[in-house]
Design a protein around this ligand. Structure first.
Ligand SMILES: *Cc1c(COP(=O)(O)O)cnc(C)c1O
Length: 228
């Protein structure tokens, strides 16, 4: 049992609570996803011992290996990294959630490859709100069409949106980008989709994300320390 991870988790939970209260959000409205990429399985065991159940991994093969070595724990695994076609089967077979879908082809493969004995894969669409050219994420102008197509796939359940904005210069700038994501989220719901998950906010900007309506913050560094 590692006290550092446990203390860090308590601090992050406190940050989420304070930010939620400041924004008038209900307690429990914002979930914490612990991002364990590059961290050893033991770090995940430490976090689990401190009450954390949901974990995010970016690199598929690393994630799958970690999932296998932690199969004795009742954890929910979220894929938050880019998915190449040749890795989609591993994702469909091993993860409960995917936050990083940005094209229909990958969504179709995940749906087709999801094993019948598992519940539908819970998915978010990654949207490129701040328009960085080389970034993954669907463009806002193409988001509705992608959402409507993904919502029809039988073995996926579309839950919401995910964003990874560029680091912002300050809190106001961070909030402006998060607000755009929230507006897209609201517009999809207004169009009849039933989304409940807005995955945004990391170690540096979780307060700004919560202020603008995040329902899931993905936190690595503040829990596990700086990555190697
Ligand atoms: C690494 C990563 C995080 C966690 O970032 P921290 O700044 O360490 O909290 C969150 N989301 C994604 C998609 C990541 O790749």
């Amino acid at each position: 049992m590692n006290d550092t991870v446990s203390n860090n988790l308590q601090n992050v939970r406190k940050r989420i609570e304070l930010a939620s209260a400041a924004a008038g959000r209900a307690s429990g409205a914002v979930k914490l996803l612990a991002v364990s990429k590059t961290m050893p399985a033991q770090a995940v065991r430490d976090a689990h011992a401190a009450g954390q159940l949901a974990f995010g991994e970016n690199y598929i093969q690393e994630g799958v290996d970690k999932i296998a070595s932690l199969a004795d724990l009742p954890l929910a695994w979220h894929c938050i990294g880019p998915i190449q076609s040749n890795k989609s089967k591993l994702v469909a077979e091993n993860f409960a959630w995917v936050h990083s879908i940005d094209r229909l082809k990958i969504a179709e493969r995940l749906s087709a490859q999801r094993p019948a004995h598992l519940p539908p894969l819970q998915v978010c669409l990654q949207v490129n709100v701040d328009g960085g050219n080389n970034k993954s994420g669907v463009a806002p102008s193409e988001l509705l069409a992608l959402a409507q197509a993904v919502a029809k796939l039988p073995h996926l359940q579309l839950r919401g949106l995910m964003t990874i904005p560029e680091p912002a210069a300050n809190e106001l700038a961070a909030r402006a980008v998060h607000r755009q994501a929230k507006e897209l989220f609201d517009s999809l719901n207004a169009a009849g989709l039933k989304l409940d998950t807005l995955s945004m906010g990391m170690t540096a900007d979780l307060e700004a994300a919560i202020a603008e309506g995040s329902t899931c913050v993905r936190v690595g560094t503040a829990i596990f320390g700086v990555r190697p």
